[in-house]
Design a protein. Structure first.
Length: 217
């Protein structure tokens, strides 16, 4: 499928804060659609709205996206729910079938306090460090994420001792000297019981390198 015909994003980055939030993956248009419908169909019905009414549906999706940002600790906003809301709001944003859906989308606060859904083109340039490190797998839909504005910020986090909050970026830093702009990872247990990390870097069809760090030992 060409970019001009794309009807789903590869990744939606939900930046609840400048440096933390979520990174959600969608493997196909069908996967993206299922995620949006998991939120919209029951939610719109429960609210007594008309799913076929474009304005009502869009307002409902945007309202819940706003709530995610202003009530992120609310019990209802668990990882899967936020993934579905992000998909629903993005699908409404790019509802025009003549408009291509960007490969990487960022949902973030504007300077005036509002929320914007935008084409995150900067993630296609691959500066050599991970601008987003996501705890999860593409096939599982992604998960919580750390964001880095520049290489210095990533290296500052990576060089410190492992912490409960920043362990994934710290391990990525120890494993790779150069990466594409998005790296996902999850812990895994080896056949003999040892713990390891399963990493996956996303290049979005653009030239990018994943270079393992040379051990000094």
């Amino acid at each position: 499928m060409s970019d001009a015909a794309r009807r789903h994003p590869d990744v939606i980055l939900v930046k609840l804060h400048d440096t933390k939030g979520y990174g959600f993956t969608y493997l196909s248009e069908a996967d993206f659609g299922r995620a949006a419908d998991r939120f919209l169909k029951p939610g719109v019905k429960a609210a007594g709205l008309d799913l076929k009414n474009d304005e009502q549906r869009r307002t409902f999706a945007y309202d819940y996206l706003w709530r995610v940002f202003f009530e992120p600790e609310a019990q209802v906003f668990v990882r899967d729910t936020v993934r579905w809301i992000a998909a629903a709001a993005t699908r409404e944003k790019y509802a025009d079938p003549a408009e291509s859906v960007p490969r990487v989308i960022s949902i973030e606060r504007k300077t005036d306090g509002g929320i914007v859904i935008r084409d995150a083109k900067e993630f296609l340039s691959h500066p050599g460090f991970p601008m987003a490190v996501i705890i999860g797998k593409p096939a599982k839909g992604g998960g919580s994420a750390h964001f880095f504005a520049d290489r210095d910020a990533f290296e500052l986090a990576g060089k410190t001792a492992l912490t409960d909050d920043m362990w994934m970026p710290q391990i990525v830093y120890r494993l790779y000297s150069e990466t594409p702009s998005v790296v996902l990872g999850l812990p895994r247990t080896g056949t003999t019981g040892q713990m390891g990390i399963e990493c996956r870097a996303l290049a979005f069809g653009a030239p990018a390198k994943l270079v393992e760090r040379v051990s000094k030992h």
